[in-house]
Design a binder for this molecule. Structure first.
Ligand code: AMP
Length: 280
């Protein structure tokens, strides 16, 4: 396994692994790897042995008051984990390799980022599509794997890849949860024991809301109930909780049996957690 930090070495290593005639798969991450990331990697390995895992905490997707400086960094531990499962290439560039002095290009997604994390974190998805398109170009990957955990992100990346004619298959992978139902996240490491217990109210109240909606409860009361339960269980504030159309991400006021998704973000202490759940 190679940990690569320059573009020149990346291109040379990719040319080497490509010699086996198999496609290149990319799994973009910000590191602090957990089972959620590993499930993306395993899916990628089903398609090809040529799996590149990128580890880069991308500054352009963090807002001014967000956790860029405190975001967990553990390249050695991540590398050991990836070595144990036979990943040939870790792409771990420095910020100056990705954004050298004089870097002057930005990107903007419209529409799909009007709500949810897009409106609560202005500019976030513009930073995401910028780094993801750079990673697509740098690796020339044939396939790229992203988690459904970041549901709006997955939809936006699909749109961007299609709009910009990237010749790449975008594959979504279901959310991995701990035994209690909490979606795994690098940000869970910010939580105290007490906060971790309280955080379970997020998946639990979403499950209840999904069930209630499926059983005919009106959408608004199901969402209000879920938000109230979370606030009573130790969440400080709810950023949003909505029922949306699973494809268009349009907010649904009523549920008529279409494929839908419950989408939520909430703060526990200063930590922002997101989750989503299928309603069908
Ligand atoms: P991150 O390192 O948080 O930027 O995540 C990198 C990739 O892993 C993204 O495509 C995420 O959606 C995905 N991911 C993060 N957490 C999970 C999870 N619990 N289950 C599945 N995929 C995840």
């Amino acid at each position: 396994m190679k940990i690569i930090q320059t573009l020149e070495n990346l291109r040379a290593s990719i040319a080497m692994v490509r010699k086996n005639g198999q496609p290149i798969a990319l799994v973009p991450t910000m590191g602090a790897l957990h089972e959620g990331h590993l499930s993306l990697v395993r899916e990628a390995q089903k398609a090809t042995p040529n799996v590149i895992v990128s580890i880069f905490v991308n500054p352009t997707q963090f807002g001014a008051n967000e956790d860029l400086d405190s975001y967990p960094k553990q390249l050695e531990a991540d590398a050991a984990l990836l070595q144990s499962i036979d990943i040939p290439i870790i792409w771990a560039p420095d910020v100056t390799t990705i954004y050298p002095a004089g870097f002057a290009t930005s990107m903007q997604i419209t529409g799909l980022d009007d709500n949810f994390c897009g409106s609560k974190r202005p500019g976030h998805f513009d930073g995401v599509i910028l780094i993801v398109s750079k990673l697509f170009n740098q690796t020339g990957a044939d396939l790229a794997f992203f988690g459904e955990k970041d549901y709006q992100q997955l939809a936006i990346i699909r749109q961007m890849a299609s709009d910009l004619d990237f010749d790449i298959d975008i594959i979504g992978v279901p959310t991995v949860r701990n035994a209690d139902g909490l979606a795994l996240s690098s940000r869970n490491s910010y939580l105290s024991e007490d906060e971790l217990r309280s955080a379970l109210a997020l998946p639990q109240s979403m499950q209840e809301a999904a069930k209630a909606i499926q059983n005919g409860t009106d959408v608004q009361s199901a969402l209000t109930n879920a938000a109230d339960t979370m606030l009573k269980s130790g969440f400080q504030s709810i950023d949003y909780i909505n029922l949306i159309d699973a494809q268009s991400l349009k907010i649904l006021e009523n549920w008529d049996g279409e494929e839908a998704r419950l989408l939520a973000a909430a703060f526990i202490g200063t930590t922002r957690l997101i989750d989503n759940l299928a309603v069908k």
